[in-house]
Design a protein around this ligand. Structure first.
Ligand code: SAM
Length: 374
């Protein structure tokens, strides 16, 4: 089967590296996605393990169209009843970039009609649409005359990891956080510090990596549960093995410090960390970044997304100024990686970045910058 693993802008290379580590050596990098070949066991594995994946799609048909009616006609010929039953709810999502369609919603309606008519004719009953919480999610991709139809085997995006009990105002997306950590090339051994941790996303994603715990070990819903090829025994065994491995972690195998000036935020971070047995090994401190207590003998990695100053503009320059000065004087030997959407703030760090990577935090264009402190 052709499998497409979707990700965020800028994470295609780290996703390819992650897939390589998971044993997928023949991959093709696409725009915000990576393609590979695999079977249904790979689909379960990718959904469970892949930290930089937003969704795992399985392509079920591809054809070209000359006009709008072709979309209906050819989609009706897709063997839908091979993939799921009429008693399942479904939704169609995706992207259409084609001059054949003037109204963006129209191709989705035509595909829905084709699917429903297919079931009615074959089985005398039809599946119902559920836009909010569908069991089966179908992905429609139209690029001019080229149509690709896939099953989105994840359903809810894979950043719904299942560990987030509490969030602050601006939590980092879990998939973005995992991708950022990979971009730093952290070796999982060196001390890792997030001094603006908020609800603890970067620290938790780092601990998941350091303990080789699958990203989605606590998630309990996937769209593949509702597809006909689903073999629950294979999935249950895979999941049980990973859960056993996680529960066997009894000692500290990493040095991760997460701190924030707000007690309300560190309480949230603690609550999220406590979802995992190894969460108690994450050192959570309530303090301003300059007051972090750390082992002075160890150099390491600082990775953080400080405030961007959308609300308090004036203070932000001072904050970045103090951050830069603290990094320069207190973090000798550290690689410091800062994600920010504030060009003004970044200027005030006052250090020359060794690397700059463009990423998006939601709709905000950000720069992810490395400062190696000698
Ligand atoms: C953009 S949020 C970080 C969100 C976090 N990455 C998450 O996933 O929830 C920035 C955080 O910096 C904290 N903060 C602001 N000034 C600080 C300071 N001087 N020292 C430490 N933390 C500070 C805020 O309380 C806020 O939680």
């Amino acid at each position: 089967m052709k499998i497409i693993v979707k990700t965020f802008f800028g994470l295609e290379t780290v996703l390819t590296e992650e897939l390589e580590e998971l044993g997928y050596h023949s991959t093709e990098k696409l725009n915000r996605a990576v393609q590979l070949n695999g079977d249904w066991t790979d689909v379960y594995r990718l959904n469970l393990y892949c930290r930089c994946a937003l969704a795992v799609l399985v392509e079920i048909d591809q054809f070209s169209i000359k006009n709008q009616d072709d979309l209906y006609r050819k989609s009706k010929q897709v063997n839908w009843s091979k993939w799921f039953d009429a008693d399942k709810t479904f939704a169609i999502r995706g992207a259409v970039l084609s001059t054949l369609f003037r109204h963006t919603q129209y191709p989705f309606l035509r595909l829905k009609d084709a699917l429903v008519d297919h079931f009615r004719e074959k089985q005398g009953k039809r599946p119902n649409v559920n836009l909010d919480d569908p069991q089966v999610v179908i992905d429609l991709h139209v690029r001019e005359t080229q149509v690709t139809i896939s099953l989105n085997t994840s359903g809810q995006p894979l950043y719904h990891r299942g560990y987030r009990q509490a969030t602050g105002d601006a939590p980092l997306n879990e998939v973005l956080a995992a991708g950022m950590i990979r971009l730093t090339k952290w070796d999982k051994q060196k001390m890792l510090i997030d001094p603006f941790c908020g609800s603890g996303t970067l620290a938790i994603e780092a601990a998941l990596m350091a303990t080789n715990t699958p990203a989605n070990i606590l998630r309990n819903t996937y769209s593949f549960y509702y597809l006909t090829p689903f073999r629950s025994e294979v999935w249950k065994n895979m999941h049980a093995e990973a859960t056993d491995n996680m529960n066997m972690i009894k000692t500290k195998s990493f040095e991760i410090i997460a701190s924030d000036i707000e007690q309300s935020m560190t309480n949230k971070a603690k609550r999220n960390c406590r979802q995992f047995p190894f969460g108690r090994f994450i050192d959570i401190q309530t303090c301003s970044f300059q007051d972090i207590i750390k082992n002075e003998d160890h150099a390491g990695l600082l990775i953080s997304n400080p405030p961007y100053g959308q609300r308090l503009k004036g203070d932000i320059e001072l904050l970045y100024d103090q951050l830069g000065s603290w990094m320069k004087h207190q973090l000798h030997g550290f690689d410091c990686w800062i994600l920010s959407a504030s060009p003004e703030g970044l200027k005030h760090i006052g250090l020359k970045p060794n690397e700059k990577i463009k990423l998006f935090n939601g709709n905000l264009e950000c720069s992810f910058r490395k400062y190696a402190i000698y």
